[in-house]
Ligand binder design. Structure first.
Ligand SMILES: Nc1ncnc2c1ncn2[C@@H]1O[C@H](COP(=O)(O)OP(=O)(O)OP(=O)(O)O)[C@@H](O)[C@H]1O
Ligand SMILES: [Mg+2]
Length: 507
C-alpha cells in the first residue's frame, strides 16, 4: 500500500441523531480510509443506516460534525454529498418502479447532447454497467418487472456509475445470490485498488469478513468495538454485537410429525418473462404437520414462484396443490390465509408492508378478525394483539402507533413475519425471511418456528444461505431449474447442498 492509501477521508465526529424520543446515535466517532473497506456491524436498530444517511447527506445530524479531507462540511442533500464524491447504495431500494432501468440509473444527472437527453448514450453506459452483474437485462426494461435481487443490482449499478471516491453500501447483498456476491466483491476489490473508500454493512457476517479491512461495531447508538481485519473473527463480531456468543441451534427434535398437510403435485408455473418456459417445472412435494422443509437454490431456480403459487399469488399452469388432501381452487390470497396458508413474501416493500400504515396496523392487517369483539372492530384489542406480536417477534419500536418507516430495515422484516404469525397459519411459507435481520433476531425467528412446528405447524423455508438450512430444517430440498434436484436430511454438508444446486463449490 502506498502512503496516501489508508488516509482518513471522511469522518463523523461525536455525531448525535435523535428522532422524537429515540436517540438513534449517541455521539459516534467513525472514520473511513482511502482504498480500504470499513465494515459496520450491529444489531437491528443499532444505528448503522442512520449514520450512513448522515454521511451521505440524506439526514442531518442533531449535533456533531462531518469532516471531509480534514475540513468540516455540511451536506444539505444527497446531491451535495454526491458532488463531493460520496454515494450510497440504500438498504431499502430507492428505485422508481415505473421507470426503466436506464432512467433509474441516470435520474437527476441525465446525459445531454446537442439535441437534449442522449438516450442512446445512456443506454450504452447502462449496458456496460450491467454487463457483468446483470447480463440480459435491457436498459428499457421497467424496474417493476424485475425481481428483488435484480433491482438490488440496479441500485448498485446506479451508485457505481457516479465514480465516487467514497461509496457506502448498506446491505447491498441481502437479495443477491452467491455468484452475484462474488462479482460484487471483485468490483469492490477493483475500486479499493483505485483508492476508493468503502463502507460495507451486512448481516451476512462471514461474507462481510471476506471483504473487510477495518471493522466497527455499533450497539444502541454507540460505538462499542473497533479493530483491524487481522485481529478479528466471526466470534469477535458476534460477541461485540450481541454481548455473548451465539449459536443458531439445530432443527427441533423429539416429536413425531403428523399427517401430510400440504401436498404439491406435478406443479407447473410458466415464467412470466418467457412463457415458452416453465419456471416451476413439474414439481411434487409433501409437507407434514410439524415438519420444517428448507428450499435451497440459486436465484431463478423457481423457489419464489413455487411459494407464491401455493399462497395463491401466482396462477398455476398445471398440476395441483392440496391442503389436507383437498385440491385448492382459484381462491384469492385472502381465502388461502383463511384456509391456514401464510406467506412471508420476498419483497417486503411491495408485498409485505403498507408504508402509510403504522406498525400495529401492519401487524394485524392480515388477521383483523381476531380484533373483532361483539361484531365490531375493537381498537383496544387490536392494539393489545399488536403489542403481543411486537414481543413475539422482538420488534424494536417504542410502540405500535409509530409509522412503519421509522423502523430499521431488519425490524420492518420482523413485522412482515409477525403479520403472518398473527394469522395463526397451519402452513407457513417463508421466502428469504432472514433478509436484513441480525443474528440474534434470526435465532428468535428460528426458535419461534421450532416452537410452532412442535405444535403442528408445517413450515416451508426458502433461503439462499446453506447454513440456515442446516440449523432449521428437517429436510432440505434443492431446487434447480424448477425441479427438485436433490433432497437431504439435516446431516448433509454445505458442500453437498451447494453442489446439488449447480453452484460452484470452492475446492
Ligand atoms: N425516521 C425515523 N423516525 C423515528 N425513528 C427512526 C427513524 N429512522 C430510524 N429510526 C430509529 O433509529 C434507530 C436506528 O435505526 P437504523 O435504521 O439506523 O438501524 P440499523 O442499524 O440500520 O438497523 P438494521 O440492521 O435493522 O438495518 C432505530 O431505533 C430506528 O427505529
Ligand atoms: Mg439499516
Amino acid at each position: 500500500m502506498s502512503d496516501d492509501f489508508d488516509d482518513v477521508v471522511l469522518e463523523a465526529r461525536n455525531v448525535v441523531k435523535t428522532y422524537g424520543g429515540t436517540r438513534a446515535l449517541k455521539g459516534v466517532n467513525f472514520e473511513i480510509r482511502r482504498g480500504t473497506v470499513t465494515t459496520l456491524f450491529g444489531e437491528n436498530g443499532a444505528g448503522k443506516s442512520t449514520l450512513m444517511k448522515i454521511l451521505s447527506g440524506v439526514e442531518q445530524p442533531t449535533s456533531g460534525e462531518i469532516v471531509l479531507d480534514g475540513e468540516p462540511v455540511v451536506f444539505h442533500s444527497t446531491n451535495d454529498a454526491r458532488d463531493r464524491g460520496i454515494s450510497i447504495i440504500h438498504q431499502e431500494l430507492s428505485l422508481a418502479p415505473n421507470l426503466s432501468v436506464r432512467d433509474n440509473i441516470f435520474m437527476g444527472r441525465e446525459i445531454t447532447g446537442p439535441f437534449g437527453i442522449d438516450f442512446a448514450e445512456e443506454a450504452r453506459q447502462t449496458r456496460e454497467l450491467l454487463a457483468d452483474l446483470l447480463p440480459g437485462v435491457e436498459p428499457e426494461t421497467h424496474v417493476n418487472d424485475l425481481r428483488v435481487g435484480q433491482q438490488q443490482i440496479i441500485e448498485i449499478a446506479r451508485a457505481l456509475s457516479v465514480n465516487s471516491r467514497i461509496l457506502i453500501m448498506d446491505e447491498p447483498t441481502s437479495a443477491l445470490a452467491a455468484a452475484e456476491v462474488e462479482i460484487l466483491f471483485g468490483i469492490i476489490h477493483d475500486l479499493t485498488a483505485r483508492g476508493v473508500a468503502i463502507v460495507y454493512i451486512s448481516h451476512h457476517l462471514e461474507e462481510a469478513l471476506e471483504v473487510t479491512d477495518h471493522a466497527v461495531v455499533l450497539r444502541d447508538g454507540s460505538m462499542t468495538a473497533k479493530d483491524e481485519r487481522a485481529n478479528i473473527d466471526l466470534e469477535w463480531i458476534v460477541r461485540n454485537m450481541v454481548g455473548d456468543n451465539f449459536d443458531l441451534g439445530s432443527p427441533p427434535s423429539g416429536y413425531e410429525f403428523g399427517e401430510t398437510i400440504l401436498s404439491i403435485r406435478d406443479l407447473r408455473v410458466l415464467d412470466p418473462e418467457n412463457p415458452e418456459r416453465s419456471i416451476v417445472n413439474g414439481l411434487s412435494l409433501d409437507v407434514r404437520a410439524g415438519e420444517i422443509v428448507c428450499l435451497y437454490g440459486l436465484m431463478g431456480a423457481g423457489r419464489t414462484e413455487l411459494l407464491e403459487a401455493v399462497a395463491g399469488r401466482d396462477r398455476i399452469d398445471g398440476g395441483e396443490i392440496l391442503l389436507d388432501g383437498t385440491a385448492l381452487g382459484d381462491d384469492s390470497i385472502a381465502e388461502r390465509i383463511a384456509l391456514g396458508i401464510g406467506l412471508v413474501p420476498e419483497d417486503r416493500q411491495r408485498d409485505g408492508l403498507v408504508q402509510t400504515f403504522d406498525v400495529g396496523t401492519n401487524l394485524t392487517l392480515a388477521s383483523l378478525g381476531n380484533s373483532i369483539v361483539n361484531g365490531v372492530l375493537s381498537r383496544r384489542t387490536e392494539k393489545k394483539i399488536a403489542q403481543d406480536l411486537i414481543r413475539t417477534v422482538t420488534v424494536k419500536t417504542p410502540g405500535p402507533e409509530l409509522p412503519i418507516g421509522s423502523l430499521s430495515g431488519g425490524n420492518q422484516q420482523k413485522v412482515v413475519i409477525g403479520k403472518v404469525v398473527a394469522t395463526d397459519p397451519r402452513v407457513m411459507l417463508l421466502d428469504e425471511p432472514s433478509r436484513g435481520i441480525d443474528i440474534g433476531a434470526k435465532g428468535e425467528v428460528f426458535r419461534l418456528l421450532a416452537e410452532r412446528a412442535r405444535e403442528g405447524l408445517a413450515v416451508v423455508y426458502s433461503t439462499s444461505e446453506v447454513g440456515e438450512c442446516l440449523s432449521i430444517a428437517h429436510r432440505i430440498i434443492v431446487l434447480r431449474r424448477g425441479q427438485i434436484s436433490a433432497e437431504f436430511g439435516p446431516d448433509a454438508t454445505k458442500e453437498m447442498i451447494m453442489a446439488a444446486s449447480g453452484e460452484a463449490v470452492a475446492a
